[in-house]
Design a binder for this molecule. Structure first.
Ligand code: UD1
Length: 357
């Protein structure tokens, strides 16, 4: 069997690895490398356990650092693994520093690079993820684009070869796991009632690392009458403490802060929420899959289809009146297939097989 080296290391990447590895391992020898970019049990370990992700062959244990140091340390460690394993291809996901590090190593060592979630753009180069996406796409051999828009974005940058529209592996993951999530939990366990709470997530650096924006978001949450269930990303928790914004949370009686929750818990709580307020890319799409209206606390999105079909709207946290927005929410259009048919992993592996065999 041909050897594929998969690089992952953050929470959303582990969800995607679970969806693809299951199919990939039927036809390829997969070596799984966990960079350790996310390292708390509830940011990484729980995903391995809950989603039955194979134990990594390499745990690089890189952890947090500045972008340069984090990416550099990853490159050094990944290069050593590549030299030892001599893989036939390297597989990367999304737009994190782990993705970028692996992409640079693959391109310098002339190893075919396969990028899942290629072609997404926010057209905001202040986001570290945007830089990671552009760089990765420009050195990829195969670009697995989730949508037609993603393909067009690549063409606009002069990339023509190796693009395949395959749908979104996150839709595969939802289809595979939603029934299990619904069987496993009930709302009482979370102290919540059906369609009577808002599910919130915030972790994008542009929101968390800017005191005014973070303050406006927390005040927005505190001002609404519904319960806001807020699993707090460690970055956000740290910044709330650093900026002295804890008082907003202490004074509010509707914001329910919890530790980061697992993927199955997240799917379950998305499905039963009245609305979702987020700055996460993945959560915007999961809101559409769950047919729950979503407000995205950003000025751009990579997932423009969710806006076009009316399940998602973009707002500037500094300007939005969340109460007014939430009282005017409407369902979007009932359209299926926007992000594929839940078989993106099968299509990806079939294309990889046709390249090698
Ligand atoms: C990263 C990705 C982002 C992805 C997100 C998912 C980059 C540039 N960004 O952002 O694309 O959507 O993951 O969550 O790669 N921390 C912990 N424990 C952990 C992980 C992080 O305490 O398990 C803290 C660290 O102190 C760090 C901060 O969170 O300073 C941010 O971590 P970082 O690795 O920069 O990634 P994310 O912000 O999570």
């Amino acid at each position: 069997m041909k050897k594929v080296l998969t690089i992952a290391g953050t929470r959303p990447q582990l969800v995607k690895v679970a969806a693809v590895s299951r199919v990939l391992r039927k036809s390829f020898h997969e070596i799984l490398v966990n960079t350790g970019q996310h390292y708390d049990y509830n940011m990484a370990g729980v995903f391995f356990d809950e989603l039955n992700i194979p134990k990594p062959d390499y745990d690089l244990g890189i952890g947090s650092d500045t972008h340069g140091r984090q990416t550099g340390k990853m490159m050094i460690a990944i290069e050593e693994v590549v030299e030892k394993e001599q893989p036939n291809a390297i597989l990367v996901y999304g737009d994190t520093n782990s993705t970028l590090a692996a992409s640079i190593v693959a391109s310098k060592l002339h190893i075919p690079l396969f990028h899942i979630e290629a072609g997404l753009r926010s057209y905001n180069k202040e986001m570290p993820e945007e830089i990671n996406r552009i760089m990765t796409d420009h050195v990829s051999t195969f670009l697995f684009a989730p949508t037609e828009v993603a393909k067009d974005n690549l063409k606009d940058e002069g990339i023509v070869d190796g693009i395949h529209i395959v749908g979104d592996v996150m839709y595969d993951a939802v289809k595979y796991n939603i029934n299990l999530a619904e069987k496993r939990y009930n709302l009482k366990q979370f102290g919540l009632s059906q369609k009577e709470y808002i599910l919130g997530t915030i972790h994008r650096a542009d929101n968390t690392d800017n005191k005014k924006r973070l303050e406006a978001i927390l005040q927005g949450f505190a001002s609404i009458k519904d319960v806001v269930y807020l699993p707090l990303h460690p970055r956000t928790k740290k910044k709330i403490e650093e900026f002295g914004l804890n008082n907003i949370l202490e004074k509010s009686n509707n914001i329910k802060i919890v530790e980061p929750i697992s993927y199955l818990e997240m799917l379950y709580l998305e499905k039963n929420a009245k609305a979702i307020v987020t700055d996460s890319g993945g959560v915007q799409k999961e809101a559409y899959f769950a047919k729950v209206p979503c407000i995205t606390l950003r000025e751009q999105t990579e997932w423009v289809e969710t806006i076009e079909i009316g399940w998602n709207q973009l707002v500037n946290p500094l300007k939005v009146d969340l109460t007014a927005k939430l009282s005017n929410l409407q369902d979007g259009q009932e359209v299926e297939g926007v992000y594929g048919n839940g078989q993106a992993a099968e299509q990806i592996v079939a294309i990889m097989k046709s390249y090698f065999y």
